[in-house]
Write a protein that binds this ligand. Sequence first.
Ligand code: 13P
Length: 342
Amino acid sequence: MSDLNTVARALVAEGKGILAADESAPTIKKRFDSIGVDSTEANRRAYRELLFTTPGLGEFISGVILFDETIRQQAADGTPLVEVLDRNGIVAGIKVDAGAKPLAGSPGEKVTEGLDGLRERLAEYVTLGARFTKWRAVIVIGDGLPSRYCIDANAEALARFAALSQEAGLVPIVEPEVLMDGTHTIERCFEVSETALCSVFAALSRQRVVLEQMILKPSMVLSGKECPRQADVETVALQTVRCLRRAVPAAVPGIVFLSGGQPNEVATAHLNSMNASGRPHPWQVSFSYGRALQEAPLKAWAGRTANIKRAQDALHHRARLNGAARHGTYSAAMEKELVGAA
Ligand code: 13P
């Protein structure tokens, strides 16, 4: 599995997708706050062990994105978590950006940091067992936003990250996220997404990134969360694929969507609709969900050892449904099939 083309293709294997479990310290604290659990090292370790030891998870999950702390942790029995994943047939990856920081000269916009010293950090992650990396850029839609400056600054950083990852023998997951917050229409989201993606692929080309050895992690083309006119599932699927077809070269093996705050079932239904019609697509159309995979197990766990099995069932259920959405065979009726559901 050392060859980058092989790893990239394995990450978007038929029927499978990625679990994003790379919440930074402030983000995991927010998630734990929602279930009344302290964000201690021990609790974070226990939670991630629960997720990764879910029986049969490897049937629907090809890879897991880890946070720096997690890639260095062990399961309760002393097995490194990376090895736990490997035994489940799951590839380990690592988030390597240092977060989105205010963009100088453009109030309200952000640029992602983390390029300094990245070459050295990547070399260490290789020794820790990572096979792929992730870098997230955020684009805000608002009054007069985004600026071309913000789009291009983020694209440049994404491409530098991707080139360094490939140099280190790691498959980069390039994530330009257009946030769904706001009152904007789906048409405006389409326009911004297309511009941002075209800028990203121009930068990737300038920086000699091998498209066959990377994965794109975009947001879907959606109506803004506060837009009074909400596009339906079929429209979102149609417009998202239309936008991607314009901007993403066919050499890219796969597109894995982030969930971005969509309700779990909606994120699954959108993916399903994209895979149920308009095929064959030039690339695999898959998922790399954080919240849309973890919300149910997080709630079921609530920090209690006695709830581990219920939490694992909840994760397995969502992974299976998104696996079905990879084939376009998901239906709302499957939501009720959770064994032992309360
Ligand atoms: P969400 O699916 O919760 O948006 O998280 C995916 C991710 O990795 C964001 O960087």
